[in-house]
Design a protein around this ligand. Structure first.
Ligand code: ATP
Ligand code: MG
Length: 249
C-alpha cells in the first residue's frame, strides 16, 4: 500500500482538486483507492457530490472501515467531518499529543484493503501536515508556475525533511505544477527554473489551467468524470500513469 500526501506551502494551488482526480484516475487503472480529507475546510466532499447534511467523518469516527463512504466515482472516501470550533480545538490538541494518529488509523485498516491511500491537507505548516508526513510514503508538493509558489518551496521542502527525518519508508517529495498557463512567458520561466533546480523531483507532466476544472466542481464531480477528454483530465491521467510507472522502478 502506498500513502500519498498532497501538500503545499501556499493555499489555493489545487491540492484538493488534484487529490480527488488523481485518486479517480488511479481507480480507473484498477487500483483500490481510499481518499482521506485531512483538512478542516471539509471541502473534498464537494467534489464527490456528498449529501451536504452529512456530518460524519474522521473527526467523529476516526480512520476505520466503518468511517469509509463509497463514492460513485470508483473510490472510497473518508471526509474530515463537520464539527464545531470547540470540537476542532479539542481534535487538534489530540493530534498534537499523538503525532501518529493518522498513521495508526491507516495501519489499522485491514492489510491489503487498498493499493493507495491519498491524503489531502491544508496549506503550510499545520498539525495536519505533520500527521500526513508521519503516514505518507511520498509527498506531492503542488505548485503554481508563479513566483509566489516558487518562493514557498524551500520552506515546505525543509519542513518535509524535518518531519520525515526518522522515516526509512519515505520515498521523498515530487513537485507537481498545476494551473500551467498555455501562453504566459513568466509561467514558462518559472517552470524552467523548477526544472533547473528540482530536476529529480519535478513530475514530468504539468496540469494545464483549464476552466473545466472549476465547472466540474460546480457540478460536484471530479473533472475526470465531467469532461474526461479536456486538457486537465488528460494531464491528470498522465500523472496517474507516471505514479504507477515510478512505483515499478
Ligand atoms: N488545473 C486547474 N485549472 C483551473 N482551475 C483550477 C485547476 N486546479 C484547481 N483549480 C481551481 O483552483 C481553486 C483552488 O483549488 P483547490 O481548492 O483544489 O486548491 P487547494 O490547494 O486545495 O486550496 P486550499 O489550500 O484552500 O486547500 C478551485 O476553484 C479550483 O477549481
Ligand atoms: Mg484544499
Amino acid at each position: 500500500m502506498q500513502v500519498l500526501a498532497f501538500i503545499s506551502g501556499k493555499g489555493g494551488v489545487g491540492k484538493t482538486t488534484l487529490a480527488v482526480n488523481v485518486a479517480v484516475a488511479l481507480a480507473q487503472r484498477k487500483q483500490r483507492v481510499l481518499l482521506i480529507d485531512l483538512d478542516p475546510q471539509n471541502a473534498q466532499r464537494l467534489h464527490l457530490g456528498m449529501n451536504p447534511d452529512e456530518i460524519a467523518g474522521l473527526t467523529r469516527e476516526g480512520i476505520s472501515h466503518s468511517s469509509i463512504f463509497d463514492s460513485p466515482f470508483g473510490i472510497q472516501f473518508i471526509p474530515f467531518g463537520r464539527i464545531s470550533e470547540a470540537e476542532l480545538e479539542e481534535f487538534e490538541a489530540e493530534l498534537k499529543k499523538h503525532p501518529s494518529w493518522v498513521a495508526d488509523g491507516i495501519n489499522s485498516l485491514t492489510t491489503d484493503s487498498f493499493d493507495f491511500v491519498i491524503l489531502d491537507t491544508p496549506p503550510g505548516p499545520t498539525v495536519y501536515l505533520q500527521q500526513a508526513l508521519e503516514a505518507a510514503n511520498r509527498a506531492l508538493v503542488v505548485v503554481l508556475a508563479d513566483a509566489a509558489s516558487y518562493a514557498t518551496l524551500p520552506k515546505i521542502t525543509s519542513l518535509v525533511s524535518q518531519y520525515t527525518a526518522e522515516r526509512t519508508d519515505f520515498a521523498g517529495i515530487n513537485l507537481l505544477i498545476n494551473q500551467m498557463p498555455i501562453h504566459n512567458k513568466l509561467g514558462h520561466q518559472v517552470r524552467t527554473a523548477l526544472y533547473t533546480n528540482y530536476a529529480d523531483q519535478l513530475v514530468p507532466v504539468a496540469i494545464h489551467k483549464d476552466p473545466r476544472v472549476s465547472q466540474a466542481l460546480g457540478f460536484e464531480r471530479p473533472v475526470l468524470q465531467y469532461e474526461p477528454g479536456c486538457k486537465a483530465s488528460l494531464d491528470i491521467q498522465s500523472v496517474a500513469d507516471w505514479l504507477l510507472d515510478s512505483m515499478e522502478q
